[in-house]
Design a protein around this ligand. Structure first.
Ligand code: SAH
Length: 271
């Protein structure tokens, strides 16, 4: 389908949702960035204290084993992309959340990361990254909404060049520090308004948007290479993942995927 008339500016989702963590339409920092699904899959993985491993010495977690369980669950939830699963086996998700939440880092859930934002549910991260992988693997990829940096870290194991933009200064700083500590310095982080994309680096082979706008910003669609793919949640109270492929200079194909619930995409910076 050819996208009809694109408005020059995408409207941000109503600001009265910004009420950090409380939210309109029941969107909170602990239930957003998830799939809305009728089938409930057990939330917790075995969390018995086991031998220590990478970065989890104080937690008594065997994070390798917990990650393996998470990856098996993702596979059973329909994620088959081997590179994405391998990346999620390697990246320590618990290192991207507050220590108090680390034991829940491998649950099938999003978790609060402060400032009213969330780390996306593992399934959402896997689904979004896998959705932009096609026959030709994307090389230069943009993420809008770095948050804690987890999805960017996973993407850096899958794609050669990853850029990620975050509008909240404190989260940008935190993600930078985390990625530095984990020696994932390949990810290029920017403190900026991702609704404008990254014109100085564009065009991108893929764009992954981790926050929901009423419409996908036109600037992002225009920063896709022809053949490039963008995935984003779209909508306000009812949201859906949407995959858009640029098919020509002024044509895009649009495909609607699962129902989801994400934090809002907002214009401007929070310093
Ligand atoms: N990528 C994350 C999910 C982050 S939550 C993960 O690893 O799980 C979504 C993030 O998008 C929030 O941190 C929010 O501040 C950010 N965001 C919302 N609107 C934005 C915009 N216009 N530009 C950049 N970041 C934005």
């Amino acid at each position: 389908m050819r996208l009809r008339q694109l408005s020059p500016l995408c409207m941000p989702v109503k600001d009265n949702r910004a009420g950090v963590g409380r939210g309109l339409h029941g969107i909170t920092a602990s239930n957003s960035n998830t799939r809305i699904s009728a089938t409930r899959i057990p939330n917790r993985v075995a969390t018995a204290p086991l031998a220590t491993s990478f970065g989890s010495e104080n937690l008594g977690l065997n994070s390798d084993r917990m990650r393996a369980t998470m990856v098996e669950r993702l596979h059973s939830q329909g994620i088959t992309n081997e590179q994405v699963l391998a990346a999620m086996q390697v990246i320590p998700r618990h290192a991207f959340v507050d220590e108090a939440l680390a034991s829940r880092a491998y649950d099938d859930a999003s978790l609060p990361i402060g400032h009213g934002q969330t780390i996306s549910q593992p399934w959402v991260v896997a689904r979004m990254i896998a959705s932009v992988c096609s026959a030709t693997m994307p090389s230069r990829v943009l993420e809008v909404g770095t948050g804690c940096g987890y999805q960017a870290a996973v993407m850096s194991h899958v794609f050669p060049q990853v850029h990620s933009i975050e509008r909240i200064r404190a989260l940008y700083d935190m993600a930078k520090e985390r990625l530095r500590t984990l020696r994932l310095t390949k990810v290029r982080l920017v403190h900026g308004d991702g609704m404008l994309g990254l014109p100085t680096v564009a065009p991108f082979d893929a764009i992954v948007v981790a926050a929901a706008g009423i419409r996908i910003p036109q600037a992002l669609l225009l920063q896709l290479n022809v053949g490039g793919v963008l995935i984003a949640p779209e909508g306000s109270s009812a949201q859906r993942l949407v995959r858009v492929t640029r098919t020509g200079a002024s044509s895009w194909d649009r495909q609607e995927l699962e129902e989801v619930r994400f934090v809002p995409l907002k214009a401007g910076l929070q310093v």
